[in-house]
Design a protein around this ligand. Structure first.
Ligand SMILES: [Zn+2]
Length: 174
């Protein structure tokens, strides 16, 4: 496990609407919420009285915006966090979820066995009372490898053991 989570873009974009000022506050941008400008909060600029947040448009404006690669004439709240904190988009989405109290939008990371469990091929599920997920390991250990189950490699794909078919060592699909 990497420990990193994943946040769906559509969900976080929807969730953050109306919370932009909370986000600005949380990342240390002292936006006053009114008219006028503040010093640019971006480390690569910092221009005096240059930056402003337009609440109605939900966009940031500054003389420096438009000079970085691949940016338009204003910044969304996502762009603000990206430039201000120097994080990538995936990290920014997690930051948003934490700031606005939507940590439940953070899903387990896509790498590792638990990420694989989400795949369609893993949706085969045995009833709980019939299920023994040590069976695939025992099967793998006993047949191809001839080693102790504890030493068997964990299958990268989803493995579900069913007691009903294990006796024959047939139909156990890893
Ligand atoms: Zn600026």
């Amino acid at each position: 496990m990497t420990g990193a989570g994943y946040v769906r873009t559509d969900q976080i974009k929807e969730a953050v609407v109306g919370h932009e000022l909370d986000v600005l506050n949380a990342i240390g941008i002292g936006w006053h919420g009114g008219r006028g400008h503040i010093d640019c909060p971006y480390l690569d600029h910092g221009g005096k009285d240059d930056w402003r947040w337009d609440t109605g448009k939900a966009r940031a404006f500054c003389t420096c915006i438009g000079q970085r690669p691949d940016e338009g004439g204003s910044h969304s709240i996502f762009d603000v966090v990206l430039v201000r904190e120097g994080v990538d988009f995936e990290a920014a989405k997690i930051r948003f979820a934490e700031i606005i109290g939507r940590a439940h939008l953070i899903e387990e990371g896509g790498s590792g066995p638990r990420g694989q469990m989400q795949d369609a091929v893993c949706l085969l599920s045995a009833p709980v009372e019939d299920r023994d997920d040590t069976l695939p390991l025992k099967y793998l250990a006993a047949l191809p490898l001839g080693i102790d189950p504890a030493a068997a490699p964990t299958p990268r794909m989803c493995a579900v053991g069913s007691k009903g078919v294990a006796g024959s060592n047939e139909g156990v699909e890893a």
